[in-house]
Ligand binder design. Structure first.
Ligand SMILES: CC(C)[C@H](C(=O)O)[C@@H](O)C(=O)O
Ligand code: SF4
Length: 458
């Protein structure tokens, strides 16, 4: 029978089939970070269990770490305690951990691929919703809760119901200057934030095949923002070239890792790439996004009462008026960072726009690399000097930083940011903070213009 890619990975990892209920799935890799892991370890200890496969488990510190220096003492004792607890847990259970200052430390979804841990056809879990990022490699990767994390630590298996299959097909080619971030915002603007609920989304079509691995990671990163369990791109030559070490056996296996012709998806969305422009969010969910040359919509024009109310509330929170041209919105802060857009290609794209230009007076631009490796590469390429010359603050240590405001970095109440992150709900980047989700080139152009802008506006 014709199968989807998700279906194949699922079948080959099913230890026990649960019929209409949960299957028991073998998990190839579990990643951990400091925020959600303590409960899982407490559970193990209480049950007197060990970690079944510590060598298939890797931890990092990312959500709460300082970014100004790898030696900085975090002034907050609760955050310090949380990270020491993670270190103690990993030491006790024999799990490798990349702490701040370690050359491989960084945001959990960024370091997995860097460490060569992510391969096509794997099943990967982490107590973090953006684990979907790793679907870019043709791996089935998704976030789980802490009790499930404990289950995987103890048994290397996970009880879980088989999700449905959804295809997002992007026909044609993306115009110049339109990135994976714009594409995913455009898709969510069309489908809404719940369309993928209970589904694995496989991104397909020419525009997806054209994306680099980093672009595919951006795309899969935000699968969760349309409600999906996971995002997936079938492995191809781009994947093999990025991994760089595929054997003939690997390549033969990877060729099977694709959706068979005639396989059925439970849902399909088709998008044409050709007409897309840079996208910017105006509201408080990623679906509330419009092209950069658009205007803040008028809630009164929305037929659906739920969407209308959400838009009214979003405009109030965001301090925006219907009909305002997006390009007229002035920002206080530009944040280039996060597991969505803080890999080397993202930093390059922003630096290309900033080169020879200055961040506008009154605007603060903060650049936080996704990992220590990304930072070293950026310095090798001289991007640090480009950021400094433009007046941007290129931080010394990687981490989630201002994406989530769990560490020191955050927006002040009422501040407005153009941010390369993935979530813009109320308070996400700090209490009362206002977030506009953008791509790295738009972030850089906005920093220069002081108002939301694309590079072509400069
Ligand atoms: C803190 C963590 C569990 C959370 C997640 O699950 O995604 C965070 O990474 C986020 O992006 O909101
Ligand atoms: S960078 Fe942001 S989205 Fe990514 S894991 Fe960290 S907090 Fe979550």
């Amino acid at each position: 029978m014709a199968e989807t890619l998700a279906g194949k990975i699922w079948r080959t990892h099913t230890v026990r089939s649960g019929g209409a209920g949960d299957d028991l799935l073998y998990i190839d890799l579990q990643l951990l970070h400091e925020v959600n892991s303590p409960q899982a370890f407490d559970g193990l200890r209480a049950a007197g269990r060990r970690v079944r496969r510590p060598e298939l488990t890797v931890g990092t510190e990312d959500h709460t770490t300082p970014t100004r220096s790898v030696h900085a003492l975090d002034p907050d004792p609760a955050r310090r305690r949380q990270r020491s607890l993670m270190a103690a847990n990993c030491a006790e259970f024999g799990i490798p951990l990349h702490r701040l200052g370690d050359p491989s430390q960084g945001i959990v979804h960024v370091i997995g691929p860097e460490l060569g841990l992510v391969r096509p056809g794997m099943t990967i879990v982490c107590c973090d919703s953006h684990t979907t990022t790793l679907g870019a490699f043709g791996a089935l990767a998704f976030g789980i809760g802490t009790s499930h994390s404990e289950h995987v630590l103890a048994t290397q298996t996970l009880p879980i119901r088989r999700p449905k299959d959804m295809a997002v097909v992007v026909d044609g080619r993306l115009p110049a200057g339109v990135t994976a971030k714009d594409l995913v915002l455009a898709v969510i603007a069309r489908t809404g934030v719940a369309a993928g609920h209970g589904h694995v989304v496989e991104y397909r079509g020419q525009a997806v095949a054209d994306l680099s691995m980093e672009g595919r990671m951006t795309l899969c990163n935000m699968a969760i923002e349309m409600g999906a369990r996971a995002g997936l791109v079938a492995p191809d030559e781009v994947t093999a070239a990025y991994l760089g070490d595929a054997t003939a056996d690997d390549e033969a296996y990877w060729r099977e890792l694709r959706t068979d012709p005639g396989a059925r998806f439970d849902q399909e969305v088709r998008v044409s790439a050709a007409g897309l422009r840079p996208y910017v969010s105006w509201g408080t969910n990623p679906g509330q996004s419009v092209p950069i040359d658009g205007r803040v919509p008028d809630p009164a024009a929305l037929a659906d009462p739920g969407l209308r109310q959400a838009a009214e509330r979003a405009l109030r929170y965001m301090g925006l008026r219907a009909g305002t041209a997006v390009r007229d919105i002035a920002v206080d802060v530009v944040f280039l960072g996060s597991c969505t857009n803080a890999r080397i290609e993202d930093l390059r794209a922003a630096a290309e726009v900033l080169a020879g230009r200055k961040v506008a007076a009154g605007v603060r631009m903060v650049v936080v690399p996704g990992s220590a490796r990304v930072r070293r590469q950026a310095v090798r390429e001289g991007l640090d000097r480009v950021f400094a010359a433009a007046g941007a603050d290129f931080r010394a240590a990687p981490g989630c930083s201002m994406c989530v405001a769990l560490g020191e970095d955050r927006l002040e109440p009422g501040e407005r940011a153009a941010s390369t992150t993935n979530r813009n709900f109320e308070g996400r980047q700090g209490t009362g903070a206002r977030t506009h989700l953008v791509s790295p080139p738009v972030a850089a152009a906005t920093a220069v213009a002081g108002t939301l802008a694309a590079p072509s506006d400069l």
